[in-house]
Ligand binder design. Sequence first.
Ligand code: 3PG
Length: 394
Amino acid sequence: FRTLDDADVTGKRVLLRVDFNLPMKDGRVTDATRIDRALPTIKELSDKGARVILLAHFGRPKGKPNAEMTLAPIAPVLSERLGRPVGFADDCIGTVAAGIVEVLKDGDVVLLENTRFHAGEEANEAEFCESLASLGDLYVNDAFSAAHRAHASTEGLAHHLPSYAGRTMQAEIEALQKGLESPEPPVLAIVGGSKVSTKIDVLTNLIDRVDILVIGGGMANTFLAAKGIDVGKSLCEHDLGDTARSIMTRAEEKGCEIVLPVDVVLARGLRSGAPTETVPVEETPEDMMILDAGPKSLEMVKQRMDGAKTLVWNGPLGAFETEPFDVATMGAAHHAAELSRAGRLVSIAGGGDTVAALNQAGVSEDFTYISTAGGAFLEWMEGKALPGVEVLKE
Ligand code: 3PG
């Protein structure tokens, strides 16, 4: 794919797709990570004298303007973090957008209103693509986290304008290549979180690609139950027993080791400071809930990390938001960070909960790469081609 190294942007109108679908509360940005991820590309383009026109979506307004999903509050936050003025147009096509774009000077930055206020965005309509394309000379996509959507601003535009990957997109693609496409073996994957049902395709793809698969969090309970272990009142998708068993059988055929908890931390309910008991997993009483992996299980995970060269991680090992059920997740995060700092492990993590857990552990800086993508990261772990990435390769 082509990057900004291949583009001559000076004096050009550059349509830059970013992902500003970020956590907001009462019209205020509560986590600006995705804005910060977009800064290098915006700065580079602006410094090179491009007229930067930002395209982004927010929420799911179903093709109609919706005051609760306006991008307007994001422009001042972006401006502050960028350290330069950022204009705002309250429509992404039509005369309003064209008028603002027309008066842009080299180096200026403007944000256009939510692309999803038009039905043509998600439908990837040619007419809507043409309206967007008429505003620019070049198209740069820096929104890896929206690349699983074949929408006008994430895919369609690339068919209408010369297209390039932005710096964040480039870094993300390169990091993910190191993670699963051409990783240094042995490869260890950790998949956690509450439900197996949302990650069946992830697990199925991973057992073909990795050497060791650690299954943690609530979803481990489904696997334990499928092996005949009584998990008491724990979160468990009992109807997925056959799925879990067939994943384990296939892993065995493929020579992928599956690691499940051998001991667990129990409580009567999920609440902060609840009294806990730590027991071998087979001794879970029928009236208790598994809320974290125990110390022996954590040791096993650390030991597998020691032997691995590459780690791909999505999903926590326990209910880490509630103390004291954060111990296994924090312990694994610190250990991975230590190995990464020592240059012994390429560590790649992604997904909202995982990013939150690594931030909580204070180790985000130590990982090789942390993806802010949620759905796109999962689809990548499922081995699916992402339309927004594929189109840049054409
Ligand atoms: C995300 O937040 O995962 C992306 O911005 C995609 O948003 P969507 O799931 O509404 O398409």
